[in-house]
Design a protein around this ligand. Structure first.
Ligand code: MN
Length: 139
């Protein structure tokens, strides 16, 4: 089964890097450019995992994560924060918002992929079943 990852990232260059990396290993990706679009794309697609930039237009990645985690149907989806500047306290804020992991740009492709696999596996172990969750007309 093809796993779908939602990439929420406002910079086209970064979206392209992530798109190339993730599709090269077989993931299907959907993209959002702003925080609010990220929340609605999560509702529409119910992806298997979300990569969430922190600095975003409209609402930031923390707020987008909080809104996704407030929806019981979306809460099980693992969200990995991806941020370009690691200020002290960022990781704590990301975790407090509901992110399961935190990656700093520029990231190592190998480490990012390992982290994605790890959290897809632990979501499986918790019995997250995207088919039961339904609402993905693309598969
Ligand atoms: Mn950004």
């Amino acid at each position: 089964m093809t796993r779908q990852i939602l990439v929420v990232e406002d910079h086209e260059d970064n979206r392209r890097i992530l798109r190339d990396l993730l599709t090269s290993v077989g993931y299907e990706i959907v993209e959002a450019v702003t925080g609010t679009e990220g929340v609605s794309m999560a509702q529409i697609h119910r992806p298997d995992l979300i990569l969430m930039d922190i600095q975003l237009p409209e609402i930031d990645g923390y707020e987008a994560t909080r809104r996704i985690k407030a929806d019981p149907a979306l809460r099980p989806i693992p969200i990995i924060a991806v941020t370009s500047f690691a200020l002290s306290g960022d990781e704590e804020k990301a975790r407090a918002a509901g992110c399961v992991a935190y990656v700093t740009k520029p990231f190592s492709p190998r480490q990012l992929l390992a982290k994605i696999r790890q959290h897809l596996v632990s979501a499986d172990a918790k019995g997250v079943d995207r088919e039961d969750a339904g609402a993905n007309p693309h598969r």
